[in-house]
Write a protein that binds this ligand. Sequence first.
Ligand SMILES: Cc1cc2nc3c(=O)[nH]c(=O)nc-3n(C[C@H](O)[C@H](O)[C@H](O)COP(=O)(O)OP(=O)(O)OC[C@H]3O[C@@H](n4cnc5c(N)ncnc54)[C@H](O)[C@@H]3O)c2cc1C
Ligand code: SF4
Length: 474
Amino acid sequence: MSKTDVTPKQVDPDSEARNSPARNPYPVSRIPASNEERFPDLHPALDPLEAVIEANRCLFCYDAPCTNACPTHIDVPRFIKKIATGNVRGSALTILNSNVLGLSCSRVCPVDVLCEGACVMVRENHKPIEIGRLQRFAMDRFYEDFAKGKPWNDPAPVTHPQKVACIGGGPASLACAAELRRRGFAVTIFDNRPLPGGLNTYGVAEYKLRPADSLKEVEMIRSLGVEFRQAMVGESVSVEEIEDEFALIFIGLGLGTMERLDIPGEELLGVIDALRFIERYKTAPDFEVSGRVVVIGGGNTAIDAANAARRLGADEVHLFYRRTEREMPAFKFEYDHSKVEGVRFHWLAQPAEIVGANSRVTAVRFMDMRLGEPDASGRATVAPVPGSEYDFQCDMAIPAIGQARLTSLLEKTRDISLKRGLVVVDRATGRTTNVRYFAGGDCVNGGREVVDAVADGKRAALAMAAQLTSTGGA
Ligand SMILES: Cc1cc2nc3c(=O)[nH]c(=O)nc-3n(C[C@H](O)[C@H](O)[C@H](O)COP(=O)(O)OP(=O)(O)OC[C@H]3O[C@@H](n4cnc5c(N)ncnc54)[C@H](O)[C@@H]3O)c2cc1C
Ligand code: SF4
């Protein structure tokens, strides 16, 4: 069985030193080194020769479909051309100008359904240009220079009297804060976690993005002059205090904890939800798993947890989903990859109880499901098959049935409309129903991709800057 208990242990906060310019406040030695071996890069970096060869395959399309397909509209042909001509720093600056999280996006974007999926080469039945890996090539060089003391930009002078607060320190707020700071606004990010970066630091699969890389981006944004404060807004800092100090507020809270299964046995040792499981292996040293693991859910997070369990040493990993392969919400390429990792899939099965002995999980009791007619949204309904219950033995169970919505803080926040637990915004500006508040990322879209959160944060920053410049605030 797993060597671990199921209580997530947080890394040392060391929060006072976070804004000390004297040293890097996010030493990578806190992050388990063993993960580099257990989770080698899914898409290895290109070497300089490979990058130039790949860049030269690009047709440098006018009105390029890849640029249109990228939510942050990076000028892809332009940054690739700069790699082809040896101007790698210029290439990185082109990327950063559109997407301040160009490094993490180069590693985590589902490029098959975004830029690379739109590449004209696909229409000609050729391999698309490897845009993600080329972007990573340019961004890796940029961060090598950054580590040697070569900044992107020195902090812009503060030219506006009004300050902006960003609540949450994930990709949406990081993008919003960086864009505002570059335009001369003083910005403070409030995040409750020991390390900023949101799910980029704590959630994304290790073979795509390591916490150390997420923190390089945080550090770069800090070097622009963005202030970071560790605080749980609504608890250690009140919404009223933030309203008193800041003219405008961006909400980038993300989503909440994993939804509970609400079945007996969830409290047993050896039951750990997918987000806590992923956070644990990414930040705690020597986290190991053995025996047979059951993952419950059919989304990308379930797949990430199942793949990680395999790499952390589980003998067998079984993923159970209550509909079929066809309805599974995970991206197809993630599902295909998981099969290669050795995860076994079971369809039309729903957990009824988690069974244990001596306070520890021993099995999950499933019942068979039957697909019914599609509902109003076109999704197939499912119903249990009476008398079909069976026990599936396991040593660890990982529920992964979606994240809850973080409504509690927002309900306390005046005049901000919510719909099904998500913040309602004007799409073009990110403005909420309260003119002092803007929002973006998962708390608005219900959980999409890092690049969508970056696009939201940037869009809101531009609207906030315009509002502050024209009205001086609300
Ligand atoms: C397991 C997993 C794997 C994923 N893998 C990928 C992937 O491979 N590729 C991809 O593109 N996307 C992936 N995503 C999605 C992506 O991580 C999110 O879309 C993105 O991080 C959303 O950014 P955000 O800023 O909206 O929220 P988050 O990243 O969730 O950041 C929100 C931050 O706000 C903080 N916070 C919350 N409440 C408060 C409060 N009251 N006070 C202060 N701080 C608060 C949170 O702790 C967190 O740090 C994945 C998501 C998950 C769950
Ligand atoms: S940010 Fe993502 S979607 Fe946009 S060009 Fe880069 S890899 Fe493609």
